[in-house]
Design a protein around this ligand. Structure first.
Ligand code: FAD
Length: 282
């Protein structure tokens, strides 16, 4: 319901200051806060409003995107849309009626100061935590996420517990694309725990973040643990480091049926897990 509301606000804004924010990691789909910014700017640009709207991006992080290889393509769009970038700024308070946003700015020496900015449109992405029933359970680590081995996704203390999805403490991008690759690993390792398979399956940290840099074009970020690039397609088909129409088509037309008819029904020929060594049926 908040996406249509955001779109309504974007279309209604004719001039003024538009502030987009990104909280500290971990968040769902590391690039999601920027997607709203790019699509809004694209709309304003195509409707001749760019010169009347000052767009600012306030990120709690120190860089535009965690995997450096994707930053150049994203910077091209930030410049094209004349976005003012502010890093190490964390949104801490909003005065809705007064239209004021308060940020905590952290300088390189670790000192912090408060910065108050007026806005006409504010896009807020909240800081994100696991649900209480996880945070307050013995399954959680100190930060509140389910404490699993990053490779096998088996709980570090309870060998008969396995975890996947955004709720775990693995360092992959929290994306559906990650959950898609994790599910077969967990399914296999549950069978290992039940004594019906032997070699453990391994998750490599794959995640994907399709950055919608303009309507009709996507920078398709795909990477594993440590930010190692992991493109699904050959660069002549979809080069993830460049904006691509094919990547938009993939996300808009191909991924929804793949999600509903394959992934959710457990038919996933393209997401077979790696095995720690040759598998032996018992
Ligand atoms: C704006 C946005 C854009 C995104 N874009 C992409 C993208 O392009 N590609 C991509 O791969 N991923 C994307 N993601 C990330 C993707 O949505 C998540 O990674 C994915 O949904 C994770 O699935 P999950 O099942 O682990 O968690 P969730 O989808 O969060 O599911 C957890 C569920 O648990 C429920 N729940 C919570 N507490 C309880 C309780 N006490 N009892 C019962 N149920 C409970 C919640 O209601 C929720 O339905 C995006 C996310 C956002 C927010």
């Amino acid at each position: 319901d908040l996406a249509p509301y955001t779109w309504q606000l974007v279309k209604a804004l004719k001039h003024g200051r538009a502030l987009f924010t990104q909280p500290p990691m971990p968040i769902k789909c590391a690039g999601a806060p920027q997607k709203a910014l790019y699509l809004s700017c694209d709309y304003w640009r195509k409707n001749g409003l760019q010169s009347q709207i000052n767009t600012h991006f306030y990120s709690a992080g120190a860089t535009l995107f965690g995997v450096a290889d994707y930053v150049p393509a994203l910077m091209v769009y930030m410049q094209k849309y004349a976005v003012e970038l502010k890093f190490t700024h964390t949104l801490v308070a909003v005065d809705g009626p007064g239209k004021l946003a308060t940020f905590k700015r952290t300088s390189p020496d670790g000192n912090t100061e408060t910065v108050v900015e007026p806005f006409d449109l504010l896009h807020v992405v909240p800081p994100q935590i696991a649900p209480d029933f996880i945070r307050n359970s013995p399954l959680a680590d100190k930060a509140g996420w389910v404490d699993v081995d990053p490779a096998t996704l088996t709980h570090r203390q309870y060998a008969n517990v396995h975890g996947l999805g955004d709720v775990t403490n693995t360092s992959n991008a929290k994306t559906m694309a990650a959950a898609r690759k994790q599910a077969p690993v967990v399914a296999h390792n549950v069978l290992v725990a039940l004594g019906r398979r032997r070699s453990l399956a391994i998750y490599d940290g794959y995640g994907s973040c399709p950055l919608t840099v303009e309507r009709g074009k996507i920078v398709l970020a795909e990477f594993t643990y440590g930010g190692t690039l992991a493109p699904t397609f050959a660069p002549w088909f979809i080069n993830g480091l460049k904006p691509s129409r094919l990547a938009w088509f993939l996300k808009e037309r191909l991924l929804p049926p793949l999600y509903w008819h394959c992934m959710l029904k457990g038919h996933e020929w393209l997401a077979a897990p790696f095995k720690s060594d040759t598998e032996h049926e018992k």
